[in-house]
Every structure is written in structure tokens, then in C-alpha cells.
Design a protein around this ligand. Structure first.
Ligand code: NAD
Ligand code: GLY
Length: 368
């Protein structure tokens, strides 16, 4: 028996629906219903496109034979989330002759979603973008909320725009081909929601560890839906991160610094992907909170233990200089007036933004 899709609605000024379930990439009627004009650009990467792009094209064509569908495929990996590839996506839109009613379909993980979303935000000052996330991480986080961006050598996601998607279709069948390491990376962002605002979800994740690591569809669908509900609730109240949305960045200032220092994935053995860097960042944020006296060391141990149970890293990889990491953290988008502004916590389920954090305390944590 095939599970029926679940939906999460994101309200606010630009409402849309997140649909979660198996077989969604084959639902041509639902996908085509999002296209207002005649032009579609399918953006994907070199690992995802060979597996799933034909299905999307065929579904769309079957439902709307009049559509002109172009394709832009970038090399897989974080190192592709560049201004140069953003420019190539824009070139593809121009070649297609895409008009203002065009629709970009972002088929892939967060790298594809962020870059395609940014191209959609910029082409003719904004066209529709439908997110078709294929990693757990993109299903629970990056496809929702309209943050779009590319990386530059100086820092992650420093060039981008807020541009909410027109719709999100998370086809859970695609998770069957996701490498286990990428599944675990997505689980780091799932754990983040429990850490920020839902202690009961944190406990549920502890109990569901085996099922989630084994990729059991029912457990994954539940984790995705609950994560999306959390994200929807926050982004509909604060779409432009003027306030509480910053909480979604627990662990990210540390994580982004690690990713930037390592050259965005690169080829080194110790190089972390985004979810892994966030896992380390969650522990560092917990440690700093304990050092500042706003949380207990016991809570640091709880999150470190849960992340380790999900086979995620919890320590800064060797070879990264604390001073260099701190320098990267100074370019974080949350900082104000040249002062570090970090998301920390009071314990499991209670994150908060702490302005004006003393750099010496951060350096001490980075130095272990
Ligand atoms: P990713 O897009 O690099 O995907 C990870 C790897 O999995 C890639 O090699 C990809 O080709 C492969 N892959 C994707 N789907 C697959 C599938 N179904 N089967 C087999 N292989 C598959 O990385 P990610 O973890 O999805 O996303 C990380 C990015 O998301 C980072 O750039 C991060 O900054 C961004 N992000 C953005 C937001 C946001 O709000 N916009 C939130 C969180 C993360
Ligand atoms: N991933 C953090 C946010 O969307 O705000």
C-alpha cells in the first residue's frame, strides 16, 4: 500500500504548500499546475539529474505538452554553489527565452535549491520557483522558507535573496538512493528543531534512532513533516529573519566557519558536509552556552550523545586554527555593528539569540 501524501501549509504574505510523500515526481498534473506560463527551467546536479530529471520532464510534458523545458545541470557538491554557476543558470534562462511567467524547478539537494532559487529571485526581478528536494536535509530545511544564496570564498551564503517558493514537493522515494552519509547530514538539521524548540521531538528522535538511520519510510515521513511544521511556523511569522527566524541558525555560525575554512567540502578526508558541520556547531553552541552559564553541561552532553548516536561528528576536524574560525565567524550575517551575535540555548528545546558575545569566550570554545 502506498502512503498518501502529507501536507504542511506555510502561511503569511506568500503562502504555499509543502507536499511530502512517495511518487510525487511522477505527478505531472500537480507539478504542471504550478506553471503559470510556457517556460520551465529544470535545474539539477550531475548526480541527481541522471536519476530523476527524465521523470520530471516526462511528467510535465504529459500534463502540459505545450511547455518549453530547458535543463541546467551543475556539478554535484557544495563547491558548485558559486556566482559563476548562478550566472550559467541565468544564461540558461536567457537561452530558453524565459518570460516573467516562467517557472524554475529545483531538483536536488540544498545546493541546487539555493542556487536555483537565487536565479529565480533575480531573473526579470523574480519568477516562480518550485522546490523538488531530493536530500533529507533539503526536505526538512533548505527547500522551505525562501532563503536563496550562493557561497563566495569569503563566506557561505553571503550573496542571496529571500524568495519564497511557489510550492515544495518532497518525493520521499528519492531518499532510497541517498547515500547514508547524506541521510545522517539531514538528521543533524532534524535534531536542530528538537534542540531549538521541541524537547519532546528530541526524545522522539532518540527513540526512533534505528528506524531513521535505516531509512524507514514511515519514520522519515514523520521526521520530515514535524520538521517542516516547525520551520513553517517560524518563517510565516518572520520570513525575512528580523527576529525569531535566527533561532533556526543554532550551530550554524560555527558550522559555516568550518565549511568555509575547509573550502566547502573539497576533497580532504576530514572535510565535512553542511549537515556534519552543523552537528559540530550544535555542540560548540551548547558548550559556549554552558561556559557562559546560561545552560548546563549536562545538556551539552545530551546533544553530543544524540548526535553521536546518529553517527555524526561532534568535534572540530583537525587542522583548523581557532583564530581563523573566529575570523570567519565575524562575517556571519547575524552579526550587528561588528559584534558577534550568536544563537545559543538554555538547554534542550530552548534556543535564544545572544547579542554581543565576548570573542575571548568563543575563542576558548574553539580552542577546545
Ligand atoms: P547537496 O545539495 O550538496 O546534496 C548532497 C549530495 O547528495 C550531493 O552530492 C547530491 O548530488 C547528492 N544527492 C542529492 N539527492 C540525492 C538522491 N536522492 N540520491 C542520491 N544522491 C543525491 O547538499 P544538501 O545537504 O542537500 O544541502 C546543503 C546546502 O543547503 C548547503 O549549501 C546549505 O548552505 C544549504 N542550506 C540552505 C538552507 C536554506 O534555508 N536555504 C537551509 C539549510 C541548508
Ligand atoms: N536554515 C535557516 C533558515 O532558513 O532560516
Amino acid at each position: 500500500m502506498t502512503a498518501s501524501p502529507r501536507t504542511v501549509n506555510v502561511g503569511g504574505q506568500h503562502p504555499y504548500t509543502i507536499t511530502i510523500g512517495p511518487g510525487l515526481l511522477n505527478d505531472g498534473a500537480a507539478l504542471a499546475a504550478q506553471v503559470r506560463g510556457r517556460h520551465v527551467l529544470l535545474v539539477s546536479d550531475s548526480i541527481v539529474a541522471p536519476r530523476y530529471a527524465a521523470a520530471v520532464r516526462e511528467s510535465l510534458h504529459a500534463a502540459r505538452p505545450d511547455l518549453r523545458i530547458g535543463t541546467y545541470v551543475l556539478p554535484a557538491g557544495e563547491q558548485s554553489k558559486t556566482l559563476a554557476n548562478f550566472g550559467a543558470a541565468i544564461d540558461a534562462l536567457a537561452t530558453l527565452g524565459a518570460t516573467r511567467d516562467a517557472c524554475i524547478f529545483a531538483l536536488g539537494g540544498g545546493v541546487v535549491g539555493d542556487l536555483a532559487g537565487f536565479a529565480a529571485a533575480c531573473w526579470m526581478r523574480g519568477v516562480d520557483c518550485v522546490q523538488l528536494p531530493t536530500t533529507l536535509l533539503s526536505m526538512v530545511d533548505s527547500s522551505v522558507g525562501g532563503k536563496t544564496a550562493v557561497d563566495i570564498p569569503q563566506g557561505k551564503n553571503l550573496v542571496g535573496a529571500f524568495h519564497p517558493p511557489r510550492a515544495v514537493f518532497a518525493d520521499t522515494d528519492t531518499l532510497r538512493t541517498l547515500p547514508p552519509r547524506e541521510l545522517r547530514a539531514g538528521l543533524a538539521e532534524v535534531i536542530k528543531y528538537g534542540a531549538i524548540r521541541d524537547a519532546a521531538f528530541f526524545d522522539w528522535l532518540t527513540a526512533q534512532r534505528q528506524a531513521l538511520l535505516a531509512g524507514e519510510p514511515a519514520a522519515l515521513a514523520e521526521a520530515i513533516a514535524r520538521s517542516c511544521e516547525h520551520k513553517a511556523e517560524i518563517v510565516e511569522r518572520d520570513p525575512l529573519e528580523r527576529g525569531e527566524r535566527a533561532l533556526l541558525n543554532l550551530g550554524h555560525t560555527f558550522g559555516h566557519a568550518i565549511e568555509t575554512e575547509q573550502g566547502y567540502g573539497g576533497t580532504g578526508n576530514d572535510n565535512l558536509n553542511h549537515g556534519e558541520a552543523v552537528a559540530v556547531g550544535l555542540v560548540l553552541a551548547a558548550r559556549l552556552s554552558a561556559d557562559l552559564g546560561i545552560a548546563s553541561a549536562q545538556d551539552t552532553n545530551r546533544i553530543a550523545a544524540l548526535l553521536q548516536a546518529f553517527e555524526l561528528p561532534t568535534e572540530i576536524p583537525p587542522g583548523l586554527a581557532p583564530q581563523q574560525l573566529l575570523a570567519r565567524m565575524r562575517l556571519d550575517k547575524k552579526n550587528l555593528a561588528g559584534r558577534l551575535r550568536l544563537v545559543l540555548w538554555r538547554g534542550v528545546g530552548h534556543a535564544e539569540v545572544v547579542p554581543d558575545v565576548d570573542e575571548a569566550r568563543v575563542l576558548a570554545v574553539l580552542s577546545g
